[in-house]
Design a protein around this ligand. Structure first.
Ligand code: NAP
Ligand code: SF4
Length: 678
């Protein structure tokens, strides 16, 4: 008897004009920079091949420029010459052999291009770029359209099943369609019809240059989230015209890169933007794809059931788990390594010039060199500490066939991850804990909670390898009055062990200081609609008339009921919250809630009156009911040192090895890589 799947809609095929997709999951386009590595083509083939083996219905590559003016960065991906085709065949073959389809995304960066050749419909600099683009003339626009068609034709020769035209996120096509960036008065600008002409001509030219069985996806900006952007009504009109021009699938993107509203960060509730996909689905007969913060099969299935979309576009969730679809299909959704929307190792890496990988899956982007193979010799391994580093080490060692014992002093595994999961928006870390816990069980790891491992338990040849992942302890600072009852450590606050008063001073503006400020300034209401609250908080309008989908009255954040002050010793500007692509949103949110930041502070003492400080020589008292120390961490190395003194070799990883700059990304990666080497 065949078992009923819990995700019948997500796993059902999607009929197309010619052929079909085997399920409703598209791996969304993502710039990885893998192509820039030595042997980059093989890396790409291994990367996409693994996702294809994982069951995804269709893969969209990262964006390829159709000409050199469209490059995102010097030496960025481009497909404009016949001699580039052969390399692409290696990638398309790998995906086809694994039973999936693949389309090439054509992306012209327009004014987002970080090259001296950057062009746009009008010479207006983007707020996120130092470069002013050159205005395209009419002949160059015609040539650009031909370049799109040539790129699609080359993609067909390379074995791609189709192309996706990137008409979203503020790139060149958006720059034509929105009044914000198109000030032209010729046949390419002025009225909404003339602004739409560029994408419509591209769709028609690609259709003419390829043929009917070549899948043509148009990625439309379903809500722009920028001032003077297109309204919902204009976007619906464009969608209908794109359908008439010959597209097969309408994929929805959210916001422009220059929008000051977070669209994919962890503070965005799952499925937030489905309303924008739904209004397009109601306007066209084409299959419509929803995107952004769809990280579990349950979320995708719910949106399909609600009629918000026909397909889900998942990029980061397939970085974190290439086998997302197969696991869901086999009734093993609980084994999915869920993307926690941290951006730390994917978008932040790309933003800072590195190759993308994933915080919860260090193998992402390293499929070619990191292989999980059975251990040649089955060893007895002790792992001490079950924070991020210990969990990764124990689970991968166990999966490889080692006999692993995991010691944890606390009542449950998780370490700092348990604390992080209490921070608003970071509750996705619970998914990481669930994933690792399932993996430990599957690998028969012997988990000993409430057990503080000591040298006596580890010595005497009981273990072939010992891994010390004992993590960190909050740094103790030197300050008079630290024993005052108003003083708390950050673990006491985040775990709820200590309650917090109305007037709060937070010592330290590192990631933890900001997390604690966010935690304490968030008024949680279990019954509130989190999507509605998020949209109001950021001033997003679900209506059809406002330009860019922005509420005219702006965000409606209420100042928080606590008076919170963050303090740092360093003078000048406040330190930025961590996260190249997410920190700005947290800072904005805290500003709107009225969280204050003082810099150049010397701490003098703590008394019943509060925190005595000095700024630029001037003494004052910051009244505080609670003073929270977020002054960084110190490594817990006691056990490692004791073993070393006894001449017992052990491996030191994670925060226990290096507390400064510690984060879950490095901890998981170290644990994972060590376990592969044993
Ligand atoms: P941190 O980033 O090292 O920050 C420690 C803060 O304490 C600094 O603001 C420092 O600023 C202050 N400080 C240091 N020694 C002090 C002393 N003796 N007395 C008073 N103040 C002192 O540490 P953290 O906030 O605990 O974060 C730890 C790691 O986790 C970091 O690498 C961080 O990036 C990472 N993290 C990342 C995220 C994320 O979302 N990506 C979130 C949380 C943490 P001044 O010296 O200027 O006062
Ligand atoms: Fe998701 Fe974070 Fe991994 Fe990026 S690094 S794919 S956001 S879990």
């Amino acid at each position: 008897m065949t078992q009923k799947t819990p995700f019948p809609l997500m796993l059902s095929p999607l009929p197309l004009k010619h052929g079909r997709l085997k399920n409703r999951i598209i791996m969304g386009a993502m710039h990885t920079r893998l192509e820039a590595l030595p042997d980059g083509v093989q890396h790409l083939a291994d990367f996409y091949g693994e996702r294809a083996r994982g069951g995804v219905g269709l893969i969209v590559t990262g964006g390829y420029a159709p000409n050199s003016e469209g490059l995102l960065e010097p030496n960025g991906p481009i497909l404009n010459e016949p001699d580039q085709v052969e390399d692409h065949r290696i990638v398309t073959r790998a995906v086809h052999e694994a039973g999936s389809k693949i389309v090439l995304q054509i992306l012209h960066a327009g004014r987002y291009g970080a090259t001296l050749k950057t062009v746009a419909p009008s010479p207006i600099r983007a707020p996120i770029s130092p470069l002013t683009p050159r205005e395209l003339d009419s002949e160059e626009i015609e040539q650009t359209i031909r370049d799109y068609a040539q790129c699609a034709s080359l993609a067909r020769q390379a074995g791609y099943d189709g192309v996706e035209i990137m008409g979203s996120e503020g790139y060149l096509i958006n720059q034509f369609t929105a009044p914000r960036t198109n000030r032209r008065e010729d046949q390419w600008g002025g009225s909404p019809e003339k602004r739409q002409r560029f994408p419509l001509e591209i769709v028609k030219a690609i259709r003419a240059a390829t043929c009917d069985d070549f899948i043509l996806i148009y990625r439309i900006s379903s809500i722009e989230l920028v001032e003077n952007g297109a309204s919902g009504a204009e976007i619906i009109d464009l969608a209908r015209n794109i359908e008439k021009a010959g597209a097969d699938i309408l994929s929805t993107g959210i916001g422009w890169h220059e929008a000051r509203i977070p669209t994919i960060a962890c503070m965005v509730p799952r499925g937030t933007w489905s309303f924008a996909a739904k209004r397009l689905k109601e306007a066209v007969t084409l299959p419509v794809v929803a995107a952004n913060r769809l990280n579990t099969p349950q979320t995708v299935e719910k949106l399909l059931q609600e009629g918000a979309c026909d397909l889900g576009y998942l990029a980061r969730p397939l970085l974190s788990d290439p086998h997302f679809v197969n696991k869901a299909a086999k009734g093993r959704a609980d084994d999915i390594n869920v993307c926690i929307a941290c951006n730390q190792a994917c978008l932040d890496y790309i933003f800072t010039g590195k190759t993308a990988t994933c915080l919860v899956n260090p193998r992402a982007g390293h499929e070619t060199e990191l292989k999980i193979t059975p251990a040649p010799v089955r060893k007895r391994i002790a792992v001490v500490g079950s924070g991020a580093a210990g969990l990764a080490a124990a689970s991968i060692a166990g999966v490889r066939g080692h006999r692993v014992t995991l010691f944890e002093a606390g009542e449950e595994p998780g370490g700092q991850l348990l604390l992080a999961a209490n921070v608003p928006g970071k509750d996705e870390f619970r998914e990481t804990l669930r994933y690792f816990t399932r993996k430990l069980a599957a690998a028969n790891v012997d988990i000993r909670t409430s057990t503080t491992a000591d040298a006596a338990m580890l010595r005497g040849g009981k273990y072939d390898e010992i891994i010390i992942a004992t993590g960190v302890a909050p740094r103790r600072i030197d300050l008079k009055g630290l024993d005052h009852p108003c003083v708390a450590t950050y673990p006491q606050i985040l775990s709820g062990a200590k309650s917090c008063g109305e007037r709060v001073a937070i010592i330290g503006t590192g990631g933890i200081g900001y997390d604690v400020a966010d935690f304490l300034s968030t008024d949680t209401d279990e019954n509130s609609d989190s999507v509605r609250a998020f949209l109001n908080d950021w001033g997003v309008d679900r209506g059809l008339d406002t330009p860019g989908g922005l509420l005219p009255e702006g965000p409606s954040t209420a100042p928080c009921h606590r008076r919170i002050t963050l303090l740092q010793r360093t003078s000048g500007k406040p330190r930025k919250p961590p996260g190249a692509t997410t920190g700005w949103a947290l800072r904005k949110r805290l500003q709107r809630r009225g969280v204050n930041i003082l810099t150049g502070v010397s701490y003098e003492r703590i008394s019943d009156d509060g925190l005595h400080i000095r700024i630029e020589g001037k003494q004052s008292v910051l009244p505080a009911d609670t003073i929270i120390i977020c002054a960084g961490q110190q490594s817990r190395t006691g056990l490692y040192e004791e073993l070393s003194m006894l001449g017992i070799h052990s491996h030191l990883i994670g925060g226990a090895k290096q507390a400064g700059e510690l984060d879950a990304l490095r901890a998981i990666s170290e644990g994972y890589r060590l376990a592969l080497a044993l």
